[in-house]
Design a protein around this ligand. Structure first.
Ligand code: C2O
Ligand code: CU
Ligand code: CU
Length: 445
């Protein structure tokens, strides 16, 4: 196919990890954190980390109700952890900074999937090392299916018209290495590279069938906030947020996604000619290409109703808890404090519903909104946004969220129920901020 010859690399599709337990309702996986090597630039192999391979990791795919057991082996030379971002499990299975896996050892978390269909992800969470471990390639998708998602008429042929896109920006040095020597600028803004990779490939193309195609988009970058758009300004539908499907598809022509946020999108390629292409851009800069080819596939329409999302009910909340993000550079903090492994910052009661009021003081200069946006993430539950500065959230944020971008000067209120016990983290998901201490601990009991 001629159109492909000049198209660069074909998009790698992360494999779905083999479930080693044949019993229905049970799932068993083995994940190995290992060292690898990738030739992103010809002749200049890059030292990387990956799970079960050289770079990134396979997709862990489970069903609601499954009893899951995962053996996580650490074959890199340093301690790491694996955290299930967005998963609602007890604190001791959550893979936070207290669950260090020493080199050569195995950690075996076990949990039941109690939440609805969603596109989650997993990544390391060791104190002060999260940024570097993720940057070198440790990250993968964690997909949950349920009856609702199975019965909806959505594109669902994995790798064909249901395509994962893990978007990350990287900086390769003259030797082709991922340098993780943070400059003052990197510490302040978070590490932002000039090369955008998708599923570990630079400027890839992917062939998509005519018809509706679903993309599971993860901003797996350390810090960058993307504004995704199609190069022809074509509209698309957002059908899912961090923690599952939306109530109904939201038509849009651009999507802002901060670090760790996910979105499920449907793009309609049915009007394209055979071989026609369109590019996916960040703030107008193209970083990957879709080539429409082959027979029309999948559903004719986007379902007008997806799932039920409860109306957030403030009267259910036992209390409002405040989180104030402030500072800059190495002084970033939440509620004026930096992470201390031996200090529990917030004590919660199991099964309580709470409103979390998350505000961004900017650089803490009175009366101005200078500073930067911080994506706030809470573990162990999913939130519904009540309001942003008193206004209802935009339609594409009226779904389950575990990571909420808060602009300088902004105040966001979100509501969640805490049905899992144990010690959990809340933090800024700009990994350089998290590693600098913009994180705290809450205990649910
Ligand atoms: Cu994506 Cu606390 O992590
Ligand atoms: Cu998390
Ligand atoms: Cu931050």
């Amino acid at each position: 196919n001629d159109s492909l010859a000049d198209g660069g690399t074909s998009l790698p599709i992360p494999p779905i990890l083999k479930d080693e337990n044949p019993d229905p309702g049970k799932a068993e996986f083995t994940l190995v954190a290992q060292k690898g090597s990738m030739e992103f630039i010809e002749g200049k192999p890059t030292d990387t980390f990956g799970y079960n391979g050289d770079y990134l990791g396979p997709v862990i795919r489970v069903k609601t109700g499954d009893d899951v057991s995962i053996k996580v082996k650490n074959e890199i030379d340093e301690a790491t952890t694996v955290h299930w971002h967005g998963l609602e499990v007890d604190g001791d299975q959550d893979g936070g900074p207290h669950s260090g896996i020493q080199p050569g050892t195995t950690w075996n978390p076990q949990f039941k999937i109690e939440q609805n269909a969603a596109t989650l992800w997993y990544h390391p969470h060791l104190l002060h090392e999260t940024g570097e471990h993720v940057y070198k390639g440790l990250a993968g998708l964690f997909i949950i299916d349920d009856e609702d998602s199975d019965n909806l008429d959505l594109p669902n042929e994995y790798g064909v018209n249901d395509i994962p896109l893990i978007v990350q920006d990287k900086q390769l040095d003259e030797n082709g290495q991922f340098t993780y020597d943070l400059s003052m600028h990197d510490v302040m803004m978070g590490l932002q590279g000039d090369t955008i990779m998708v599923n570990g490939a630079i400027n890839p193309y992917v062939e998509v069938p005519k018809g509706k195609v679903r993309f599971r988009l993860l901003n797996g970058s350390n810090a960058r906030i993307y504004q995704f758009q199609l190069s022809n300004n074509q509209k698309f539908y957002q059908i899912g947020t961090d923690g599952g499907l939306l109530e109904k598809p939201v038509e849009m022509d651009k999507l802002i996604l901060s670090s760790a946020e996910r979105a499920e999108l449907i793009v309609d390629f049915s009007e394209y000619e055979e071989g026609e292409t369109v590019e996916l851009t960040d703030k107008g800069t193209s970083f990957m290409k879709f080539i429409v080819t082959g027979e029309e596939k999948g559903p004719n329409n986007v379902p007008s109703k997806l799932v039920d999302i409860p109306d957030p009910d403030e009267t259910m909340a036992a209390r409002t808890r405040k989180f104030v993000m402030s500072g800059m550079g190495r002084n970033v903090s939440i509620n004026g404090k930096q992470m201390d492994m031996d200090r529990i910052d917030e004590q919660l009661k199991l099964h309580d519903t709470e409103i979390w009021e998350i505000s961004n003081e900017g650089m803490g200069m009175m009366g101005n909104n200078m500073g930067m946006a911080h994506p706030f993430h809470g573990h162990g539950t999913q939130f519904l946004i009540l309001d942003r500065d008193g206004n209802p959230p935009p339609p594409n944020e009226r779904g389950w969220k575990d990571t909420i971008l808060v602009a300088p000067g902004e105040k966001v209120r979100a509501i969640a129920t805490f049905d899992h016990k144990g010690l959990f983290m809340y933090h800024c998901h700009i990994l350089e901020h998290e590693d600098a201490g913009m994180m705290g601990q809450f205990n649910v009991e």
